[in-house]
Design a protein around this ligand. Structure first.
Ligand code: SF4
Length: 376
């Protein structure tokens, strides 16, 4: 059995990405199966070892190397020396009376992120974070208002799903869908997010079909098409207005990639089969909720396979916005439906456990918004 120096072994996996723990060991759950295979081959092992370890880690959700009983003792010893078991620490786990569950997860450096499980009749959706905080500072969003700390590693993204799946399995509940829609802008952590999606999709492990995974973006236009070609998952876009002047305020990245650029990227996005792009639209009283806004929205979506989620605004302390009233949201919905678009008013879920993005961390840690943004 040949052996490479530790630094070379790490370099053989990737010199670009964050797969090394603070204690200088490789975070195995942050590798794709082919990367794991390359790593083990570089150690002089047979490629099938990767399939064995993969199955323990991602199908059986086992972290303890000593419990991997069909693996030779010598190889197990080597794994323990060079590779770190990787788990997030649960700082809090709350279950709402409507069944929504939310975890506050602590990372090795003491930062915290949120992961949310939202069950409904037919499916169970896990909302996964990709960054600690967010750089984009959308003024209606509590996560954005708390500022940005750092990108998550691939292992930190994957661990959210492994750990939630293990906990939910004990409750006889199942995650059927994944949405990268938690804290952060996934396309600003592109490499780690794409690698995590490949790990989620691997049919020998977590085995989520690409049709069951949704990538959400505020509109990082150059990365949208790139991600579509790399992994071809469903796409959701935080739109919130089809007026550049208003969207410049609500989604500041619009100043860089405006609505025309976003529309062009959406038309080019490689959708699977009959899938459609989901437009997320938070309903803010007097800001973006008029019937003229609805008509302009319907016009703007023409030529793009689309469906719409209307999101009643969930106010947080200090926000300058107020929620649209229900009757106005329903009138807005009717205009879009009449124009032929499937339009859903999203129920507010988990209100009793601060389930909206960033709110649990804010409530438990007394994190205050960095600044109160101006209304548009
Ligand atoms: S809405 Fe999304 S992109 Fe905007 S600040 Fe919040 S987490 Fe970031």
């Amino acid at each position: 059995m040949t052996s490479l120096p530790k630094d070379d072994q790490r370099a053989s996996v990737s010199s670009q990405t964050d797969i090394i723990s603070a204690d200088d060991r490789i975070q195995l759950i942050g590798l794709t199966r082919s990367e794991m295979e390359d790593l083990f081959v570089s150690w002089g092992e047979k490629p099938f070892r990767a399939r064995q370890i993969w199955s323990w880690l991602h199908a059986k959700l086992v972290d303890d190397v000593d419990a991997m009983t069909d693996i030779a003792k010598l190889f197990r010893a080597r794994l323990k020396t060079l590779c770190a078991p990787f788990t997030l620490t649960e700082s809090a786990h709350l279950i709402s009376k409507d069944g929504t569950q939310k975890w506050l997860m602590a990372l090795d450096d003491g930062q915290e992120i949120e992961t949310v499980f939202i069950p409904d009749e037919e499916r169970g959706t896990l909302c996964v974070s990709s960054q600690v905080g967010c750089t984009l500072n959308c003024p209606f969003c509590y996560t954005g208002a708390q500022g940005f700390a750092r990108n998550l590693t691939t292992a930190e993204i994957v661990a959210q799903v492994r750990q939630a799946r293990a906990t939910l399995h004990k409750q006889q509940k199942r995650i059927t869908n994944l949405v990268l829609m938690g804290m952060g802008e996934p396309l600003y952590n592109y490499d780690n997010v794409i690698r995590a999606i490949k790990i989620f999709n691997d049919d020998a492990g977590l085995a989520f079909g690409l049709r069951k995974i949704t990538l959400s973006t505020a509109g990082v236009v150059p990365r949208m098409l790139q991600a579509g070609r790399a992994v071809g998952v469903n796409l959701a876009v935080s739109l919130h207005s089809v007026n550049d002047r208003v969207r410049d305020q609500l989604v500041p990245i619009n100043r860089k990639y405006n609505l025309a650029a976003l529309q062009k990227a959406a038309k080019a996005y490689p959708l699977r089969g009959k899938k459609r792009i989901t437009w997320e639209y938070v309903m803010l009283d007097g800001v973006n909720d008029s019937l003229a806004d609805a008509k302009a929205f319907a016009q703007w979506m023409r030529g793009i396979p689309s469906k719409v989620n209307l999101i009643p605004f969930n106010p947080w302390p200090g926000t300058p916005y107020t929620p649209s009233d229900r009757a106005q949201i329903e009138r807005f919905q009717e205009v879009l439906r009449h124009a032929g678009y499937v339009t859903v008013i999203r129920d507010s879920r988990g209100d009793d456990i601060e389930a909206a993005c960033g709110q649990l961390k804010g409530a438990l840690r007394n994190v205050r918004p960095r600044k109160i943004a101006q209304n548009c």
